[in-house]
Design a protein around this ligand. Structure first.
Ligand code: F6R
Length: 319
């Protein structure tokens, strides 16, 4: 199932999102996106595509403090059942803020209908939210009124083949077997490196750490001591450096120098280039590489990539 979800990813880009109850929809250029886990991965990806996009990303109950009157609140929950997202919806209602909901159904859909709140009803394609990033990108583009993004993404539907990234993903998985992945990117690509973390955590069931340049050169690096018995701790880590030819030259230099420094000290560090001839192509190719890598790692560990029962059990235990 996870394999099919990955293989059929491009179909998600054919989805044409519609805003229901569109008369109440307010087009804005400032946003707050509220949602958890797989339902709040894509706003950051939009910021890679368009760094000036004014979006506050909120992963908590309620809403950010401060005046949000000039912002559109986008409440995103794939299942429509997530406690934090439902809470944010109620707070936005109380504060009489302009809002749009993005969901496949659940309580969020009921609440949106009951309160005449505009909403984008995504098709429930029976996959986990982290595999529905394509649908989420399309729905989010609609809520952001970013017609260019919709056009660009749709145009990739026919030409983007997830299978092209399986071999690369498999090679990464082979490096990661029995290691703790530590994944680095530029600060600009931090939403992408976070997706990598989520996919390894949820599909391969492994702890993962991530960090970004240049901050890690001032902090994290110092924790890698090759001189003492602590070397044994760092030996468990496999560093993956997600390098992007669009990154500032000074940042690219840091990738190379840091990788060499780690390797010289006996740590396992691998540079992985982000491939693609456009921003969206780079984002998608990197996401799909992460999907394949985490699926292959799950298979190597003999775990079910689909299973997220720990998350589900936790959600039940707080009701
Ligand atoms: C990702 C996943 C979780 C959920 C999160 C929120 O595959 O299963 O990260 O996305 O628990 O749930 P939803 O997305 O239904 O609001």
């Amino acid at each position: 199932m996870a394999r099919e979800s990955i293989e059929s990813f491009s179909k998600q880009l054919e989805y044409e999102p519609q805003i229901e109850n569109a008369d109440n929809f307010k087009t804005k250029d400032k946003f707050v996106v509220v949602g958890m886990g797989g339902s709040n991965l894509t706003p950051g990806l939009f910021q890679i595509w368009k760094p000036e996009l004014d979006v506050l990303i909120h992963k908590d109950y309620g809403l950010p403090e401060g005046d949000l009157k000039d912002r559109l609140v986008i409440v995103s929950s794939y299942s429509g059942k997530t406690e934090e997202a439902l809470d944010a919806f109620n707070v936005a209602l109380e504060r009489k803020l302009d809002m749009v909901a993005i969901t496949t159904g659940g309580k969020l859909l009921d609440m949106a209908k009951e309160n005449n709140v505009p909403h984008v009803l995504m098709p429930d394609i029976g996959v986990h939210p982290r595999f529905a990033v394509g649908l989420s990108l399309m729905a989010m583009a609609k809520a952001f009124s970013e017609e260019n993004a919709l056009k660009d993404l749709k145009s990739l539907a026919g030409s983007f083949d997830p299978a092209d990234y399986e071999e690369k993903g498999k090679q990464i998985a082979e490096k990661l077997k029995d290691k703790i992945p530590v994944i680095y990117s530029s600060r600009t690509n931090s939403p992408l490196v976070y997706c990598w973390k989520v996919k390894f955590n949820e599909s391969a069931k492994t702890p993962v750490s991530y960090n970004v340049f240049p901050e890690l050169n001032h902090t994290e690096m110092a924790g890698l001591d090759s001189e003492s018995s602590k070397k044994l701790l760092a030996d468990k880590l496999q560093f993956i450096f997600l390098k992007d030819s669009d990154d500032d030259d000074r940042i690219q230099k840091r990738f190379d120098v840091t990788a060499k420094l780690y390797q010289d000290r006996g740590f396992s560090a691998e540079i992985v280039e982000i491939e693609g001839d456009s921003k969206w192509k780079k984002i998608l190719s990197s996401l799909l590489t992460a999907d394949w890598a985490s699926l292959h790692l799950a298979e190597m560990y003999g775990v079910n990539a689909e299973d997220t029962s720990m998350i589900e059990d936790f959600k039940k235990s707080i009701i």
